[in-house]
Structures are given as C-alpha cells and as structure tokens.
Design a protein around this ligand. Structure first.
Ligand SMILES: O=C(O)Cc1cc(O)ccc1O
Ligand SMILES: [Fe+2]
Length: 450
C-alpha cells in the first residue's frame, strides 16, 4: 500500500521533473491515502478527476489528475456565447477564415495593448487543422495590460505553450500558482482553469496551441541520456487555494472551437486543496537549455535545438516542435555557419523574444515580430547575412548573446488568419524583395571560355 507523505508547501514553490507523477496538498491530510474516491474525502472536499488522455490510453501516455476541491467544477450556470466581435480567436464566420499562401511572410513587432486582459488579448494569427477533431495547432499572439477579474479561463481546444516576450505573467491555476517571465516558457494543458494577472504591467508574447496529444521531450538518440531540455528543470506548481465563503460571483470562460463562452458560478474556481496526478501545468527556464551543435563542420538540422515536441501519429513528424536558437558558440571550420538556404516539407513560424537572430542582419526581424515560411516556401539568410558569413574569418564565435529566437515548426500547412494578414497591419510588404532578391550571382562557369 502506498504511504507517500506530502508536506504543506509555499504557494510559489514548485515540484521538479517532466512527466512525473506529483502530489501536493495545501492542507495536511487533504489527499486521501491509497484510494482516489473515498466515500467521504478528507475535510469535506469533493473528489474530481481531470483526464488528459482517453481512460484506456496506454500506460506510458496515460494522463490524469485527481483534484480535491471545495465544490466541483460542474457547479456552474449554463455557458453563453460571448459576442464574436469582442475577441480575436474565432474562425466561425466566413470573414475570419484562414488564408493559405506560399509567400514568405514577416511581421513587424506586434503592439502592446494595455486596455484588455489575457482572454481578450489572445489573437489567433495562424493555424492548421481543427480542434473539433483534435487535429492540428493554433498560433496566437497575446498582448494585455489588465488583470483578469473574478474569472477563470480554460481552453478545451488544446494545450497552450506560452512564450512570454514582454512582462511577467502571474498565473493562478487550479493546481497552483506559476510566475512566468520572458526567457521562460509555460505549458497549460487543455481543461486546466487559470487566471492571469500582470505584476509588472503590460505583457506580450506568443502561444502555440496543440490540438492533439501533449507536449513531450524529444528523443535524444545518440546524444544519450542528458542534454537539450533536461527533465529535472521543468517546474510544476504546488497546491494552493482560495477559501472564499462569501459566495462571490465568478465567470468561467471556455475557449471551445476557438469561440469563447462564459458561465457564471457563485464560488471560486481556485478551490483545489490537494491534487495528485501527471496532468498539470509546468514552466521551464530556457536559460537551462543544454545547447548541442557541431564541433567539426557543417550545420546540424535545427531539430538539435528542440525543447518540446507535439508529435503526430507518425514517429519523428511533429504537429508542433518548439525549437530555440539560444546564445551558443559557433566553432565549425570551413563552414557557412548560418542556416543553409532551404525549402522545408514542414512549416516554420518564428518569433523573437529578445536580441537579434543570426540568420537575418537586415533588421527586419525584431523582438515581438514574427515570420512564417510555409511548406516548401524557400528561405534562408538574407543577402547581408550571406555576404558576411561567406567572407568572415572563421574563429570561435559566441552568437546570440542576450537573444532568444524560436520556431514553432509543424508538418501541417499553416493558414494565416484575417487578423494576422490584414487587421494587425504588421505584415512587411517587401520582406522577399529586401531579403533574397538582392542576392548576387557568384557562379563562374569553368566550361565557358573567357
Ligand atoms: O529558417 C530558419 O531560420 C530556421 C532554421 C535554422 C537552421 O539553422 C536550419 C534550418 C532552419 O529552418
Ligand atoms: Fe527555415
């Protein structure tokens, strides 16, 4: 019989490990011992199960968490649709469809918006597939300046991988509190309710929402048993709850097929006194990434920089890979060191948290901006970066100091929303013309006589 002991934690303490089985109680004795659903759970709590996979999923994939809360989640009034023109994720009207275009796209930095909260600051920029059949992904930009009120938000569509670019997110989740700063990331699995407040003012960043499966660590293959993002560096909150006896009114907001719905309830959603399971939010400091690259010649595929992957059913082919380009040493000899020119069978959405990205020196890819190189859309270093990298003396060089570029890479063709293409007014008209059209011919045909 298990006899695990759990101690009472600080609200901002974390449990360390990726895909571990955790347990946490904010009141001693709140976790039932050796069973999940006693006739009367301890302290008069209700037991509730939150599942992250089918009940019958194989053991190595199976995800669930048991929560012990003051009132069950089901105790709420009916959900009502929120007016579609008050938020920016809906795809349900014809005017909000996705546009599939082969051009390389680049966006100027997205604006901050101090007038809205987290929920109204979410903007669907691009996506593929369909959350109703649990297939594909959504790429969102967020910009907010207001705290959420007496509200909780959850997405039934997918897992949010949040990449803050500006400002601190104080995220009160059902399972505990997480503080996330730029250069850290956070994953909130579908269904988990949370409330975002902004202790340092306005926030802005990127989200990759995975409609199918869950984010995993990539396989390491011949790298061995350590490296890239190490499991021990992922942090999950400890149980923490609000005990409000005044029956104050809360709204629970659901993102359901990219539309928003709201339901009232007369008790706080943040009433989980204890929980145990392996389905939970977590954060990771990108500064802890163990970056691996060539120490001889040539440039490895950027998969060597994968932090987390959202796999498809086909091994090695992702619905969404989260890849970073952290500060690192370049030492390759006789090598063109920036990314090679390429046409990828996968689509590449890139963002920049801070600094510069070494493949682009033209100045058009800026923090809080983005680029999209869709399936088979040709790209690579701009002409300035090519000129520099093909002539520079190859000494060991540290690149990316103070910078963090990243990529959401997907095997799916990614469509761009009406907001992303037009409404935001950030698309650079001359991206291609400025980056690659100026490339010069250097070929000297030895077969041609002078
Ligand atoms: O296009 C990009 O800038 C991202 C990228 C980087 C790299 O080093 C190799 C391939 C690739 O797509
Ligand atoms: Fe690329």
């Amino acid at each position: 019989m298990p006899t695990t002991q759990f101690s009472v934690p600080d609200p901002y303490a974390y449990q360390n490990g990726f895909d571990s089985y955790f347990g946490s109680e904010a009141v001693p004795g709140a976790l039932p011992i050796a069973q999940n659903s006693p006739q009367k759970p301890p302290h008069g709590l209700y037991a509730e199960k939150l599942s992250g996979t089918a009940f019958t999923a194989p053991r190595h994939e199976n995800k669930q968490t048991w929560v012990y809360r003051i009132l069950p989640s089901a105790a709420h009034a009916n959900y009502q649709p929120i007016a579609e023109d008050t938020y920016h994720t809906s795809l349900s009207s014809e005017k909000n469809r996705l546009h599939y275009i082969p051009n390389q796209l680049r966006w100027n930095p997205f604006d901050l918006d101090e007038k809205v909260d987290w929920v109204h600051g979410l903007h669907l920029v691009a996506g593929a597939g369909d959350p109703t059949v649990k297939s594909g992904l959504g790429i969102l930009l967020y910009a907010a300046g207001k705290d959420m009120g007496k509200e909780a938000f959850y997405s039934a569509d997918g897992d949010f991988l949040i990449v803050p670019q500006h400002g601190v997110l104080d995220i009160q989740t059902e399972l505990g509190k997480i503080l996330v700063r730029p250069n850290e990331i956070c994953v909130i699995p579908r269904g988990v309710k949370y409330r975002v407040t902004l202790p340092s003012g306005p926030v802005r960043g990127y989200i990759c929402e995975l409609y199918q499966g869950h984010y995993q660590l990539p396989e390491l293959g011949p790298i061995g048993s350590n490296g890239l993002a190490n499991a021990r560096d992922f942090q999950t909150p400890v149980a923490s709850f609000d005990d409000e006896e005044d029956e104050s009114e809360y709204q629970v907001i659901s993102k359901f097929n990219n539309d928003l719905f709201s339901a009232k309830q007369s008790h706080t959603p943040f009433d989980v006194v204890a929980w145990h399971g392996n389905y939970y939010p977590f954060k990771y400091d990108l500064g802890r990434f163990n970056t691996i690259g060539t120490i001889s010649y040539d440039h490895p595929d950027p998969s060597i920089f994968t932090v987390l992957t959202g796999p498809s059913d086909h091994p090695g082919t992702a619905i969404a890979d989260f890849v970073i380009f952290p500060p690192r040493w370049l030492v390759a000899e006789d090598t063109f060191r920036p990314p090679w020119y390429h046409r990828n069978v996968m689509s590449e959405f890139m963002g920049l948290v801070a600094g510069d990205y070494d493949a682009k020196i033209g100045g058009g890819f800026r923090p809080a901006g983005a680029s999209l190189h869709n399936i088979m859309s040709a790209h690579g270093p701009d002409s300035g970066a090519h000129e520099k990298a093909s002539n520079v003396e190859l000494k060991p060089q540290k690149v990316g100091e103070g910078s963090m570029a990243f990529m959401f890479e997907s095997s799916l063709m990614v469509g761009v929303s009406e907001w992303g293409l037009k409404t935001c007014q950030k698309v650079q008209k001359d991206y291609n013309a400025e980056s690659w059209v100026p490339l010069k011919r250097h070929f000297v045909n030895p077969l041609k006589k002078a």
